[in-house]
Design a protein around this ligand. Structure first.
Ligand code: GLY
Length: 365
């Protein structure tokens, strides 16, 4: 199965497959360099790296492995510098191919290193988590976190190929599955009522990531992300903003929890429920949609409120986020399933009242 991200000369395929057997042929079709770097995590390389490298080597691709730590703190300029030093140290490879083999952190860091090394070398996304396969590997936003904010330093650099080997998802720990499923729920709300209904009707299959369910979830999500990116590659036309449903509060919660308390998906599940409650309160959607969303998140083992969280820390993190526009947070609010609006027009008092309810147990922060 191939889905194309249509961006003129920068178009690229997203391949959905059950193994890496088709990878060398896909690389060959794109005439990508036969030497390069596989950027990944140590544990992932130990588990799947040997098979992947064998497939590549047998087809004439020579890659050296570089590993980075498995945490959001690795998404730093220091990690990028380490990668760039390694790239520059191998002078024989004038234009290396960078293969990002991992989740969102690996994709963002390796993609950014590929964007700036020699002013841009080709890279390929080999995402290994559900979240990365349906979201972060697609779209070309690469970058790192700095003390002033998450993803504050980065570049647009589209991959040449996204290769989703869905067989790897079967070994994902339950918490990472649920985290990825939160992004799939997001796609259902912003663009695909049928996907939302599928999630409602097949929770056991989706949570178990059964092969048929995985195909549906990954394919439909990739189609939505590809279409949005094609409309708004550089995030200037407004289409991409819809992808931030749940992220206004979600990113702030992640930061307030120091990226340890909640996974990305857990934080955006809370953020989606809060945004939906805010939308109903402001008259954008009915309470029925909020109830359906909360029920679905609960069914998927995702949190819907941020208990025992200091509201002050969350509010401060929200003010630092890129989604704060002209002094006001930008909200993505559902109107009905499949349709959202983006607005900065909510009154601060209304936001605070609603969010304090989402961030329960606060009020003292
Ligand atoms: N790399 C994720 C995005 O561009 O949306």
């Amino acid at each position: 199965m191939t889905i194309t991200v249509r961006l003129g000369a920068r178009s690229y395929p997203i391949l959905i497959a059950d193994s890496y057997r088709g990878l060398p042929a896909a690389l060959a079709r794109l005439r990508l360099p036969r030497e390069g770097w596989l950027v990944s995590h140590r544990a992932l390389v130990a588990r799947h790296g040997r098979a992947l490298r064998r497939v590549l080597l047998e087809a004439g691709w020579h890659v050296r492995v570089l590993t980075i730590p498995e945490s959001e703190t690795a998404k730093s300029l220091a990690t990028v510098e380490r990668l760039l030093r390694a790239f520059a140290g191998a002078r024989r490879m004038r234009t290396p191919l960078v293969l990002a083999f991992g989740g969102g952190v690996v994709g963002d860091v390796a993609g950014f290193a590929a964007a700036v090394y020699r002013r841009g070398v080709p890279y390929v996304q080999l995402p290994t988590t559900l979240l990365a396969q349906v979201d972060s590997a697609i779209g070309g936003k690469t970058g790192v976190d700095v003390s002033a904010g998450k993803n504050l330093v980065g570049a647009f650099h589209q991959p040449r190929l996204v290769y989703n080997n869905v067989s790897l998802l079967r070994t994902l720990p339950p918490r990472q599955r649920r985290s990825g499923l939160a992004e799939v729920i997001k796609y259902g709300v912003i663009a695909d009522p049928a996907l939302f209904r599928y999630l409602e009707e097949h929770p056991a299959e989706c949570l178990a990531l059964e092969p048929r369910a995985v195909r549906v979830l990954v394919e439909r999500s990739c189609r939505i992300k590809a279409a949005v990116v094609a409309k708004d590659e550089r995030d200037v036309r407004g289409a991409r903003a819809a992808l931030n449903f749940g992220h206004t509060l979600g990113h702030a919660l992640e930061a307030a929890g120091r990226y340890r308390r909640w996974t990305h998906g857990e934080a955006i599940a809370i953020g989606m429920c809060a945004a939906a409650a805010l939308a109903a309160d402001a008259g954008y959607c009915d309470e029925g949609l909020v109830a359906r969303l909360v029920r679905l998140c609960r069914r998927y083992g995702l949190p819907t409120h941020a208990q025992r969280t200091a509201w002050g820390a969350v509010a401060a993190a929200m003010r630092l986020d890129k989604k704060f526009v002209r002094g006001r947070p930008r909200w993505v609010l559902p109107r009905r399933l499949g349709r959202v609006v983006v607005t900065e027009a909510l009154r601060p008092a209304q936001i605070t009242r609603m969010l304090r309810r989402s961030v329960r147990g606060s009020g003292t922060g």
